[in-house]
Design a protein around this ligand. Structure first.
Ligand SMILES: Cc1ncc(COP(=O)(O)O)c(C=O)c1O
Length: 456
């Protein structure tokens, strides 16, 4: 089946009475779910709605079987030979927290992160720095996507206990050479945690072969239900982690004064689990296994190039990250001189039925360094079409026409001088203008409240 035919598998993309189907360009935030995932979750609630691991009846047995099948599915997708390397959690944020808070940090030990990590891979380290005295080392990355090996070596030479980096950036789509990073880190005795939540949805991984110690992913970015994710860890490092939560299912036995923890992964899965979600994510993995990831990648690059080429002649459209779409297949992020990114997103949604993400993408630190208020991001997945990109292009062009601009915006300055600016600023004068000029088609217009404080 070709990717074009796959759109029909996604109920959220069904045609509306006016013959149009939604233009969803926000899969980096959350992907859509195919019917098979909905069916699997419904089957759970309809046919065997028990809890796994505790009761011995037939519902419980079926839940346990499907739950463990999903675990095996993640192990296959991620290249872990042992399914018990996979811990079910709520999302990659929780997976990163489990590693961060589960390691036995000593004062002065260092973690190395990049200068554009999602808050999930930043703020927990800041807390550990305050509370346990760890030190955070920053690896500056280039906007071009070129990776500076010498800089990595220089940072590693400072004595790093854990390297914790994204694999693919949700900000600008660049992908880091995680195999090489892992080798170099291991040569220096450091552990490696990779935030794979923008990479694993697009291609299978080989974690055992690459030697990555800890790997975090979110199921809801790879066709699964919300609130699902895993930590896929090598058995040795996993066994060293202290569980974040204790309770039902985490212990072999307990007395009034003592208990013995179960082996991993069970000691990390406290309390009654999200069975419907896990079973749904198992179905998502089966769906993904049926796709050709090379075909998917080629399609994402083509879509990305379509947009990139179309805006190449627009001086007010400034792309973030690597120039070449091959180096950021699933993400195209841009600022529009003189137009606030949140206004642009509302305009695109209400005026052109195009759903994109705007704001600071939970990487506030990066925008704060540059003094820009955020940007617009479109992200592609297997169900994205050329028509979606064309709608985005039309929306951006109309926006540029409606909101003339002359002068130098904060974004312009930041693009020419990446380190300038002392804090986030809005682009003056555009706030609300785009929204007011949009033509709401399917609902009333939204105002400031829709994104006040929510542009992260
Ligand atoms: C690179 C990256 N890391 C971490 C996260 C956090 O994922 P979640 O909210 O599913 O925990 C995201 C979400 O967008 C992300 O893009």
């Amino acid at each position: 089946m070709s990717l074009d035919d796959r759109r029909a598998d996604f109920p959220a993309l069904r045609e509306r009475p006016d013959g149009k189907s939604p233009v969803y360009l926000d899969s980096a935030c959350m992907s859509l779910v195919p019917q098979s995932v909905l069916d699997a979750m419904q089957e759970y609630y309809r046919d065997f709605p028990g809890c796994g691991g505790r009761s011995l009846h037939r519902f419980a047995e079926e839940v346990g079987r499907r739950y463990e099948a999903a675990r095996a599915g993640f192990a296959r997708r991620l290249g872990r030979a042992d399914p018990h390397s996979v811990v079910f959690l709520r999302n990659s944020t929780e997976a990163i927290n489990l590693v961060a808070q589960g390691l036995d940090w000593k004062r002065g030990e260092r973690v190395l992160i990049s200068d554009r990590e999602h808050n999930s891979n930043l703020v927990v380290w800041q807390r550990l720095a305050t509370e346990r005295g760890i030190r955070i080392e920053i690896l500056p990355l280039s906007d071009s996507g070129d990776f500076d090996r010498d800089l990595l070596e220089e940072r590693l030479a400072r004595g790093i206990r854990l390297v914790s980096l994204f694999q693919t950036s949700n900000l600008d789509g660049q992908t880091l050479p995680v195999r090489e990073i892992t080798e170099r880190a291991h040569d220096r005795g450091a552990l490696v945690l990779i935030d794979g939540c923008q990479a694993a949805p697009h291609e299978p991984q080989e974690l055992d072969r690459v030697g990555i110690d800890f790997y975090a992913v979110s199921g809801h970015k790879m066709l699964g239900p919300t609130g699902t994710g895993v930590l896929a860890a090598a058995p040795g490092p996993l066994a060293t982690l202290r569980p974040l939560l204790l309770g039902g299912e985490t212990v072999e036995w307990s007395t009034l004064t003592d208990h013995e923890l179960r082996p991993p992964p069970f000691r990390f899965e406290a309390g009654l689990q999200n069975y419907a979600g896990v079973i749904g994510s198992g179905a998502a993995l089966e769906y993904l296994a049926g796709l050709d990831s090379a075909e998917m990648r080629a399609r994402e690059i083509a879509l990305n190039r379509r947009f990139t080429d179309a805006v190449a002649g627009e001086p007010r459209v400034r792309l973030l990250g690597p120039r070449d779409p091959e180096r950021r297949p699933s993400v195209v992020a841009f600022t529009l001189d003189g137009i606030d990114p949140n206004d642009a997103a509302l305009f695109l949604d209400e005026g052109h039925d195009v759903m994109v993400r705007s704001g600071r993408h939970c990487v506030h630190s990066w925008y704060a360094e540059r003094g820009i208020p955020g940007n617009v991001r479109a992200s592609f997945y297997l169900y994205s079409r050329p028509a979606d990109v064309d709608a985005l292009i039309a929306g951006v062009r109309e926006l540029l026409e409606r909101i003339p601009f002359s002068g130098t915006s904060a974004a312009t300055k930041a693009a020419s001088s990446p380190r300038s600016g002392s804090g986030p600023r809005r682009v003056a004068g555009s706030r609300g203008a785009a929204v007011r000029s949009a033509r709401p088609r399917h609902r009333g217009g939204r105002g400031r409240a829709a994104y006040a404080g929510g542009s992260g």
